[in-house]
Design a protein. Structure first.
Length: 378
């Protein structure tokens, strides 16, 4: 499921009318939080110092060699299958019933002259128009959501190329398309130990801010599986950092995953990040998990069908050959790489990512509340 990436790209390319409509329903505090980022904080969040002594990747990793490493990225992978289930579960029975009724009536009109009448012809035309209208509105408004799981790239990919010191993102056009960034512009969310309690169920996030890339919008990639704590995210980032800075010999060789539509990946994705939580949970919670196992089977099956109905992503030739002797180095993504209409929208929303100068002011300590004087009854 590419819902998070699609939502971020929609935010970056939002029209003026849509943005005004969203701002009218947004609370003032939410507006301040959306742009509340200071220059000093960004400098602290982009560094390449060691953050862990145990570099480790939990995958999935699809390629690993001296030149590049391919990893799966994308948020909400554990929820993949829900859109497939709603699409096929809704359109499938409706399409079957519509085809059966409509074409049966047309067949009767064409083969049985006694049945032919103004009413029968009108009914056939009515059924055709009903089905046509439903699929028209689905194609116009619903297919954009279906494409988040069906008839699109099987996975979002991120490629780390050591030889060119670049990071490449492989995404559908609706989620921002293929992009290239210098490695040294990459920020990470897996840096600080104090985030450990807030990182359960989260993925490692890589961020490219406009102040580093020169683009008018922010880019983001959510790496690998859900973590069970900040320590796992720091281990994942340290694995990537050492690979890019020192080479594949500096990290444990990972187990490679297949890019084929594996049912193991489909069913195991639902349990990412639950291991530590499940071990420490009560027996009642474990009993409830056992009782709802049919739901996991249904979602896992829909996840697998989603993978079957997608195609394997393929990198452009210039990225596939990057790092080989005599081959050109891919150019970093610039604003001119996007269509003119997208360029205008990206520039119109550029103020979303502007940094506040200096350092965040310290919060003033709250004054202790004085207890009310008790009335002493005489």
């Amino acid at each position: 499921m590419f819902l998070i990436e699609w939502g971020l790209w929609k935010t970056c390319t939002e029209s003026e009318a849509a943005r005004k409509a969203a701002d009218t329903v947004m609370a003032p505090t939410d507006k301040s939080v959306a742009i509340d980022l200071y220059e000093s904080e960004l400098r602290e969040d982009v560094h390449f110092r060691p953050v862990s002594n145990t570099p480790r990747s939990r995958g999935p990793i699809f390629a690993f060699n001296e030149t590049y490493m391919d990893m799966r990225c994308g948020g909400s992978e554990e929820k993949r299958g829900l859109i497939t289930l709603m699409t096929l579960g809704g359109l499938g029975p409706m399409t079957y019933a519509w085809f059966r009724v409509t074409f049966f009536s047309i067949y009767i009109n064409a083969t049985q002259a006694d049945f032919l009448s103004v009413f029968s012809v009108s009914f056939s035309l009515y059924m055709l128009s009903i089905g046509g209208a439903v699929y028209y509105f689905y194609a116009k408004y619903g297919f954009r959501f279906t494409r988040l799981e069906i008839l699109t790239s099987r996975h979002l990919l991120v490629r780390f190329n050591r030889k060119t010191q670049q990071v490449h993102l492989h995404r559908p056009t609706s989620c921002g398309g293929i992009a290239t960034f210098p490695w040294r512009t990459t920020g990470s969310t897996g840096l600080y130990p104090e985030d450990d309690s807030l990182s359960v169920g989260m993925r490692l996030g890589l961020i490219w801010h406009p102040s580093h890339t020169g683009l008018p919008h922010m880019e983001m990639a959510l790496i690998g599986k859900q973590g069970q704590g900040g320590s796992e995210l720091r281990d994942e980032w340290e694995f990537i950092r050492r690979y890019m800075e020192e080479g594949p010999h500096a990290v444990p060789r990972p187990r490679l995953s297949t890019q084929l539509p594996s049912p193991i990946q489909a069913f195991s994705a639902q349990f990412e990040g639950l291991g530590r939580f499940f071990r420490n949970s009560s027996w009642l919670f474990k009993l409830v998990m056992l009782m709802v196992w049919p739901a996991f089977v249904i979602i896992g099956t829909a996840h697998w069908i989603s993978l079957l109905l997608c195609w394997r992503p393929r990198w452009p030739k210039v990225i596939r050959e990057a790092g080989l002797p005599g081959k050109p180095v891919p150019s970093p993504t610039t604003l001119s790489d996007y269509p003119p209409e997208i360029q205008e929208r990206l520039l119109a929303n550029a103020d979303r990512w502007q940094l506040k100068p200096g350092k965040r002011p310290e919060k003033k300590p709250r004054k202790p509340r004085t207890p009310r004087a008790r009335k002493i009854s005489t």
